[in-house]
Design a protein around this ligand. Structure first.
Ligand code: ZN
Length: 399
């Protein structure tokens, strides 16, 4: 099986995870089918200590012939619950002509909507039929790692020790919790879970989640004057008091935001949920303080505790930790330079399993997969990039 065949095979497994995470197993049973398959393949390739833990995370160790530090390559099995991952129909387009792509009757992926396509003229792409996601996030990562190992084994290329780790439930935020760093032989690794080949991620958001409860006072509207506290109105006032242009739809690059996820309730009680993000930890703290201040000022205006603001920090930017281990990035930069592939460091506007692992003392930047438009029906994989990424990774172990 070549890289494309492997990718198509993995995409055939429905591994959609669920926000309904569990403490003792994966969020969805369907993920285990691919875990078992990958374990079988790793065993067939001669992997040592191949096993699947109770969360469905797969381990395999390939000691190789060269004496050097082991390196872990990590990818995730699950796909995002944001779009269907069932009955995916991957289609290979050889030598993409640079024009709009008709995915199926009436569903077209337009270059105008997805300008990354402009750079991919001439590449081989794999697309969906426009009704499901593709699962390049992160089965492109898995296929690249499996094909790399397969290549080492079948060509008998002497290589350094490689540890493959395939996690579950990454998309629902607990993938790293399903990986036991103490069990790894490596002291560092890379998640293969990015996008375009030219972007390396060593930076992610600092993150907090905020719950706002508005305790109103409901009274018959006919006699409400100076008595009613309408929780809906107060909730809207609180929301409006947050900086108008610090929203995901108005920010990019290193600009942080407040993002409202839910606004539920009635005039008596309102519950609001937000996430707050910023690459700079001080600026995240400023945003948290500002939201609390808005709550206090509204309470001052009523002379009572109408607004309750609860904020917890959820994950941190890995940059400061990665900077303590410059060799982890230098290795990759050296390979890009040797291969003559341009690269940029792109701050991720999200988190990664690698960020969580980095804070557990296991530096773990994120490398590309060649996948684009993830979590939706227009997801596609650039196979030409996937092959190049495999070459980049190979050099980590043989150069
Ligand atoms: Zn991913």
């Amino acid at each position: 099986m070549d890289l494309i065949e492997k990718f198509k095979k993995y995409v055939g497994f429905d591994t959609t995870s669920s926000e309904n995470v569990k403490n003792d197993k994966a969020s969805t049973d369907s993920q285990y089918a691919l875990s078992e398959e990958l374990a079988k393949e790793l065993t067939a390739l001669g992997g040592q200590n191949v096993h699947v833990n109770r969360f469905g995370t797969v381990y395999g160790f390939f000691p190789g012939q060269l004496k050097r530090d082991p390196i872990a390559l990590i990818a995730h099995i699950d796909t995002s619950p944001s779009a269907s991952g069932k009955d995916i129909k991957p289609r290979l387009i050889k030598g993409y002509d640079g024009k709009d792509i008709e995915l199926s009757k009436g569903i077209t992926m337009k270059v105008a909507d997805f300008p990354t396509l402009k750079d991919q003229k001439g590449d081989d792409l794999i697309v969906t039929d426009g009704t499901t996601l593709l699962g390049a996030d992160d089965k492109a990562g898995i296929a690249i790692i499996m094909d790399l190992i397969d290549g080492f084994v079948s060509s008998e290329t002497p290589h350094g020790p490689l540890e493959a780790v395939f996690s579950t439930d990454e998309e629902v935020g607990v993938g790293a919790d399903h990986i036991d760093v103490k069990e790894l032989k490596s002291k560092f690794g890379y998640t293969i879970d990015g996008g375009d080949i030219h972007y390396i991620n060593v930076e992610n958001f600092n993150a907090a989640s905020m719950e706002v409860t508005i305790n109103g006072r409901s009274i018959h509207p006919g006699s409400a004057k100076d008595k009613m506290i309408n929780a809906i109105n107060v909730g809207m006032e609180f929301h409006e008091s947050l900086p108008r242009y610090m929203r995901p739809e108005d920010t990019e690059n290193r600009e942080g935001f407040y993002h409202i996820l839910a606004f539920n309730g009635n005039e008596e009680k309102v519950h609001m949920e937000y996430i707050i993000r910023d690459h700079d930890l001080n600026r995240l703290h400023d945003k948290m303080e500002y939201a609390k201040l808005a709550g206090r000022r509204i309470n001052d205006s009523f002379g009572q505790e109408v607004v309750e603001v609860k904020i917890v920090e959820t994950y941190k930017n890995m940059k400061a930790e990665i900077d303590k281990h410059p060799e982890v990035i230098e290795k990759i930069e050296k390979i890009y330079k040797e291969l003559g592939i341009a690269y940029h460091f792109e701050p991720i506007r999200g988190g990664t399993d690698g960020a969580v692992l980095t804070f557990r003392g296991f530096p773990c930047p994120n490398l590309p997969t060649g996948g684009f438009n993830c979590h939706g029906r227009f997801e596609y994989a650039d196979v030409t990039q996937m092959k190049q990424i495999e070459k980049i990774l190979a050099k980590l172990f043989i150069a």
